[in-house]
Design a protein. Structure first.
Length: 123
């Protein structure tokens, strides 16, 4: 099963995150577990390949999941945050607090689906 999705919640963020994946700086991502549950979406699983879309819905990248864990926001290790490629640990924390606040609410103990992936192909 292949799933398509968009990184981020704006054109600018989507474009920046796609570029981080293309350059190899971003090899991980996370999302609120509640969003998977509320939308009835299947959790990522090791070996699944997903198509990351640009903001206009065009295929941009093919990635393959290599690890999935569920962790509370407050328990995310620095090493995982750095694998997201979005700056140092403090910058990652603040950007994700802002993102989750804009998209359904933030709580330091909220569960996150943490995914590591590898880039398979660019389109």
């Amino acid at each position: 099963m292949t799933v398509s999705f968009k990184f981020g919640d704006s054109r600018e963020l989507n474009s920046a995150l796609l570029e981080l994946v293309r350059t190899g700086a971003k090899t991980a991502t996370c999302g609120a577990l509640r969003d998977f549950q509320n939308k009835g979406e299947a959790l990522p699983r090791v070996g699944r390949r997903d198509v990351a879309l640009d903001w206009d819905g065009n295929p941009a990248l093919l990635i393959e999941t290599v690890e999935v864990t569920i962790r509370r926001f407050c328990d995310i290790p620095e090493e995982f945050a750095l694998a997201e490629g979005e700056g140092d640990y403090d910058a990652w924390r603040q950007a994700h607090i802002d993102f989750f606040t804009r998209n359904g609410g933030f709580h330091p103990e909220m569960d996150l689906v943490c995914e590591r992936f590898r880039l398979v192909e660019t389109y």
